[in-house]
Structure formats: C-alpha cells, structure tokens
Design a protein around this ligand. Structure first.
Ligand SMILES: *Cc1c(COP(=O)(O)O)cnc(C)c1O
Length: 363
C-alpha cells in the first residue's frame, strides 16, 4: 500500500490510525457480529456510538450544556437554507461576504427575508477579511452570519466581528476542530464533516437551545426535515442519520482527545502552516494570494503567475506524490489544504518539492 500526500480541500485527508481502526471494525464492530454500516440506528449498540460521539465532541469543544449538538445530512449547503428558515423571525439578517461559501449562503437566505450584506471582500477577490469592528448592524436583525474560514480563498477571521449584541452564526466547515473555540460566543456553529472531521454526508450543528424554534415560528412551509427542533427532540435520530459517517466522526473525536485535544492541534496547525508561509514569504517564484494577517492555517492558496508553469507544477507535484494541489476553479493557481490529519512531514516535503521546482523553472 502506498499513500500520497493529500492536500485536498475536501473531502480531505483523514488520520491513518482512524482509517485503520475503522477497517479493523468493518466486519465485526466490537463483537456485535456486524459492521456499523449494517446495524439499525435504533439498536443499543448504535445508540452508544452516537451518544459517545456527542459526548466526546462536547469534551473537545467544551460545549456548554445549553447548546444542542445535532448530526444532520445535506452538507453545508442545506444549512444555507435551514438557517434562514428557522431563525428569521423579524425577517432580517446580516451577512458578511468573505468568499464563495458566504456568498452562496447570502444568496440562499435572500429567498426567505431581508438579507443585508454587511461587508464584503469581493473587491479584491476575497483575499482579505474586511474590518468588522463597526458594521451597519441593526437591532431588527435576527442574526449575523459569517464563514469563519474561507476554504477557497484561504482567509480566516482571527477576530470575530462586533455584532453589536446580535446572535452570531458561523460556518466553520473548514476550520472545525482545528483549534479551541469559545462556543458561548456563538448562537450557532456548523460544519460539514468532509473538510476536517470525517466522511462527507454528515453536517454537525451546535445550536444554543433557546434559539431552536417551534414549527409555527419557522418560515411557512419549512419541511419537517429542515426544522432543527425535530432533530433536537429526537437526538439526531428522527430519520435514519448518516450512521456510518457519525461513527467515523466519533473515531476522529477520540483520536483528537488521545492526541492532546484542540490546544495541541492548534499548536501543530500553526507549526505546519508556518513551514509553508515562511517559505512563500522567503522567495518570489511563488506568491501567496492572501493578506498575511488574514491567512488561514488550513487552506493556503498560492500562484506562480504563469498558467503553463502552474499546470506543470500541479502535474509534476502529483507525479511526485503531492496530490490535489490545484486551486479552486474560481481562483486558479494552487492551494494546499493542511487539515488536522496532514502531518508536518507532508508540508515539509511539499516545500522541498516547491524549492526544487522553482530552481528548475526559474526564469
Ligand atoms: C466545502 C464547504 C461548504 C460546502 O459544503 P457541502 O458539504 O458541499 O455543502 C460550505 N462552507 C464551507 C466553509 C466549505 O468549506
């Protein structure tokens, strides 16, 4: 077996140790005589799996008791609609548009109410986080929405916006569990699993309990499946959940706990990103595209500024075992995603490859 250095933005690299554990349990989960994919989500054994996953996540993120943890389906995209359908009571919300995913959430929310673009960094191809210290936020807004780590453009909110007392909702898909977070600062956090946590198919929502509305307070006609309350009341078992995906996320939570939790993860992620960013800043063959103070630890876009050379880079990198380095189709260039499961050795090896490629192709 040979594994590549996988710099994919998502679905992304997962810890080898966890993949091996899942493989070992594939045919017979802890003496049950069946795999997790084959068991009823109503069984005692599965009930333990989902309850333990939730408990471990609560430990990792120190989630206060007045927050519900939901394991849902439909990815982040479904949240773009669920959020306004459940939380627009006054009918108005503010969105900070710092990338493609925030923009999609903003456009989706417009179907359900008066949605205000509070700030945007689209003027400079989303290469920075706008000043959010004094935004035009008004008391009649139900919530303020951000995408905390912009997967495509490689920016991160290192300081949360001043929401002037309005509830904050954050799409953390691509930085979830990469560092400790003070959950109490948010009304809701959500994350698609396939970036940093597990297989695609699961989206994790952490919601302050008092916000979860009754059906009558949701947008008229909100489908049952799109009401948070339905899932919260059923402990994420209203319908058949993405059962195997939740199990796998649970294994990743245990891996994180065994490896020092989120403080340790943050230190590792800082050290990893530093290897790449220090190199980018030390030469001028490659150029990082993000304003340095707003750089993400998870996703690092860079360019050479010559499309043919970039195509050559991506191809030769893949041949050398560094895969999925092609930037998003919107940005072009390259992007290295360095999620929790990417060891520092992978980033060091990538930088060595980059040095060699630069030396061979310098004009
Ligand atoms: C990938 C991503 C999404 C979209 O996720 P889907 O699971 O495809 O819906 C949304 N937000 C962010 C920040 C992402 O990285």
């Amino acid at each position: 077996m040979s594994r590549v250095w996988n710099f994919s933005a998502g679905p992304a690299v997962l810890p080898v140790e966890v993949l091996q554990e899942a493989a070992d349990e594939m045919l017979d989960y802890k003496g049950s005589g069946m795999g997790v994919m084959e068991m009823s989500h109503r069984s005692k054994v599965y009930d333990n799996i989902i309850k333990e996953a939730e408990a471990d996540l609560r430990t990792l993120l120190n989630i206060p008791d007045n927050y519900k943890v939901l394991f849902l389906q439909g990815g982040a995209h479904t949240q773009f609609a669920m959020i306004p359908m459940n939380f627009l009571h006054k009918g108005k919300a503010g969105y900070i548009v710092t990338g493609n995913w925030a923009k999609k959430a903003f456009n989706e929310a417009k179907k359900y109410g008066d949605i205000v673009k509070l700030a945007s960094s689209e003027d400079k191809t989303f290469s920075y986080i706008p000043d959010c210290s004094d935004l035009p936020i008004t008391d009649d807004m139900d919530y303020v929405y951000i995408c905390e780590n912009n997967t495509i453009f490689g920016t991160k909110f290192w300081e949360l916006p001043n929401t002037k007392g309005i509830d904050l909702i954050s799409d953390m898909s691509s930085c979830f569990l990469s560092e400790p977070v003070d959950v109490s600062k948010y009304a809701m956090i959500y994350a698609g699993a396939q970036k940093n946590v597990g297989p695609a198919g699961v989206v994790i929502c952490i919601i302050r309990e008092d916000l979860i509305p009754e059906e009558k307070d949701c947008f008229p006609g909100t489908p049952t499946m799109l009401q948070y309350k339905v899932h919260a009341d059923a402990g994420s078992l209203y319908n058949t959940p993405p059962a195997y995906g939740i199990y796998f996320c649970g294994l990743v939570f245990k891996w994180l706990l065994r490896n020092g939790g989120l403080e340790a993860m943050k230190e590792k992620n800082i050290a990893k990103a530093k290897v790449l960013y220090d190199y980018l800043d030390s030469q001028d063959f490659y150029h990082g595209t993000v304003v340095p103070k707003d750089r993400s630890l998870m996703n690092a876009p860079f360019v050479i500024g010559d499309k043919d050379l970039e195509a050559k880079f991506i191809k030769e990198a893949a041949d050398a075992g560094f895969v999925n380095l092609k930037g998003h189709k919107i940005t072009g260039g390259m992007r290295a995603s360095m999620y929790n499961a990417m060891p520092i050795e992978g980033v060091e090896a990538l930088v060595e490859f980059m040095k060699k490629f630069a030396a061979e192709n310098q004009k």
